[in-house]
Design a protein around this ligand. Structure first.
Ligand code: 7TS
Length: 425
C-alpha cells in the first residue's frame, strides 16, 4: 500500500482501498467537539467544508510573518506576500489539470466568478434574440445572472430539463442547443441531486454551434478529479471554501482568447496599465480582472488546502465518497417511505443526498438532527426552479466529505429513526 504524508506529518494511505478517515478527521480541529452533548457529525459539506490544521496555520502564519499589500511594494514583506499569493495561482493552474496561470482569476467565490462573466463577456456578446441555455438543476449563482442578462438584452433563456431519476434529459437536446445558442452555462455536479452531468459531451455540442460554455464546478472540484482542459469548456467557476480552503476566495478560469477580449470588471487600482484623465489602458491578464486589494491572506492559505487534497489524491477522495454514498443509501433505505432525490447509481453522482420524510418538514428534520449533534442543511438549497420541478418546497440534505465515515452515517440514520419516534410517526 502506497503511503503519503500531509503537510502536518499525517500519513495517508492511498490506493484502491480508502482514505484513513480517523487520521484525516484528526487534522480538523473543529470536528473534535460535542454539540448538545453529542459527538459532532458534520454533514453540511456541500454548503462549506471544514478546514484542516494546515490551512488554519497558514492563515495565522501569513498574518504573523508576511502580511503586506501585494504587487506594489518593494519592501521584503510586500515581495513575500506577492510571491505567496502568486504561488497559489500557479498551484490552482496545476490542480485543475494544467492551464496557463494567466487564465486563473481570483474572485470572492463562485457567485462572483459567474457574475464577472455575465457582466463582461455577457454584456458584450449577448444580443437580442440570442439564446442562453442553462439546466433545470442550476444553483441560483448560475441562474440569476443569466435570467437578468437575458431580460436586459431581450435574449431567450432556455433550459435542459431533468428526468424523473435526476439526470439531464437529453432527448430534445438538438432543439435546445441550436445555432442561436450563444452560451451554455451548466453545473458539473448538482448541489441538490448530486448528479454528475456530461459537461464534456454538451460542451462539444455547444461548440459545434459556436457557443461559449461555462461550467459551474463548485461541487465537483472539491470531490473528484476535475481536469478543465478535458472538460473542454471556456469558463469554470468554483469556491475555495468548499474544498478545505478559507471563505472569500473564488476562482474563475477563462480561456485566454476570451479573457483578452473581455472588458474589465471592477475598476480601480491594480487593473490598469496607464491612466490619463481621458484615456486608460488595462493591465495584462490576470490582473485586468483583479482590481483593488484582493483577499491575499485567504488566497495564500488556500495553497495549503490544495496541497492537502493532493496528498490525499483526488481519485481517493472520489472513491471514498462514492463508497460512503452507497453505504448511506443502504442504511437510509431502512427508513420506510423516506424519499431520496437524484440518481441512485453512485458512479453517476456525488455525495450530496437530499431527502424528505412524508410526515416531517425538512426544517424540523434539521432541527432534530442538530439536537443530536448532526449538522445537515434544510431548505431550497438556492435551487428554487429545481424544487418546483421536484414538487418540494424544501428538502433535507446530508452531504459527505473526506472526514465522514460509516459511523457518521450510522449516527444520522439512528437519529432519523429516533426522530420518527419523537414525532410519533
Ligand atoms: N454553484 C453551486 C453548484 C453551489 O453548490 C454553490 C453553493 C454555488 C454555486 C455558490 O457558491 P458560493 O461559494 O459563491 O456561495 N452551494 C451551497 C449549497 O448547496 N448550500 O450552501 C451553499
Amino acid at each position: 500500500m502506497a503511503s503519503k504524508t500531509t503537510q502536518n506529518g499525517t500519513s495517508l494511505r492511498s490506493g484502491p482501498t480508502s482514505l484513513m478517515v480517523d487520521i484525516v478527521k484528526a487534522d480538523f480541529p473543529l470536528l473534535d467537539q460535542t454539540i448538545h452533548g453529542h459527538k459532532l457529525v458534520y454533514l453540511d459539506n456541500a454548503a462549506s467544508s471544514q478546514k484542516p490544521r494546515v490551512v488554519i496555520n497558514a492563515l495565522l502564519d501569513y498574518y504573523r510573518k508576511t502580511n503586506a499589500n501585494i504587487h506594489r511594494g518593494l519592501h521584503t514583506l510586500a515581495e513575500r506576500a506577492t510571491d505567496s499569493y502568486e504561488r497559489t495561482r500557479d498551484h490552482v493552474a496545476r490542480f485543475v489539470g494544467g492551464v496557463d496561470r494567466e487564465e486563473i482569476i481570483f474572485t470572492s467565490g463562485t457567485t462572483e466568478s459567474i457574475n464577472l462573466v455575465a457582466a463582461t463577456w455577457g454584456e458584450e456578446n449577448i444580443h437580442e434574440g440570442d439564446e442562453i441555455v442553462i439546466t433545470e438543476m442550476e444553483h441560483h449563482a448560475n441562474l440569476v445572472p443569466w435570467v437578468i442578462l437575458a431580460q436586459k438584452k431581450k435574449a431567450v433563456l432556455k433550459h435542459i430539463p431533468i428526468t424523473i431519476c435526476g439526470h439531464l434529459d437529453l432527448s430534445q437536446i438538438d432543439d435546445i442547443i441550436t445555432p442561436k445558442t450563444k452560451l451554455l452555462a451548466l453545473t458539473h455536479m448538482s448541489n441538490v441531486l448530486g448528479t454528475i452531468n456530461p459537461v464534456e459531451e454538451l460542451a462539444a455540442k455547444a461548440h459545434q454551434h459556436g457557443a461559449v460554455v461555462l461550467a459551474d464546478v463548485a461541487q465537483s472540484m472539491p470531490h473528484m478529479p476535475v481536469d478543465i482542459p478535458s472538460l473542454g469548456v471556456d469558463f469554470c467557476a468554483f469556491s475555495a471554501h468548499k474544498m478545505l480552503g478559507p471563505t472569500g476566495v473564488g476562482i474563475l478560469y477563462g480561456k485566454r482568447e476570451l479573457l483578452d477580449k473581455m472588458p474589465p470588471y471592477n475598476m480601480g487600482g491594480e487593473m490598469i496599465r496607464e491612466v490619463r484623465f481621458d484615456h486608460i489602458t488595462w493591465a495584462e491578464l490576470p490582473f485586468k480582472f483583479e482590481g483593488g486589494t484582493p483577499n491575499v491572506a485567504d488566497v495564500v492559505a488556500f495553497d495549503a488546502a490544495l496541497t492537502y487534497l493532493e496528498a490525499l489524491g483526488m481519485q481517493n477522495v472520489r472513491d471514498h465518497e462514492e463508497r460512503l454514498t452507497g453505504y448511506a443509501f443502504e442504511r437510509l433505505s431502512e427508513l420506510k417511505d423516506l424519499e431520496i432525490q437524484g440518481p441512485r447509481e453512485t458512479g453517476q453522482r456525488g455525495g450530496a443526498i437530499s431527502f424528505t420524510d412524508p410526515n416531517i418538514h425538512p426544517h424540523d428534520i434539521s432541527t432534530f438532527l442538530d439536537s443530536r449533534g448532526i449538522a445537515i442543511r434544510a431548505g431550497h438549497h438556492c435551487a428554487q426552479p429545481l424544487m418546483r420541478v421536484l414538487g418540494k418546497v424544501a428538502t433535507a440534505r446530508a452531504s459527505l466529505y473526506i472526514y465522514n465515515d460509516e459511523a457518521d452515517v450510522d449516527q444520522l440514520v439512528e437519529a432519523l429513526i429516533e426522530m420518527r419516534r419523537y414525532f410519533g410517526v
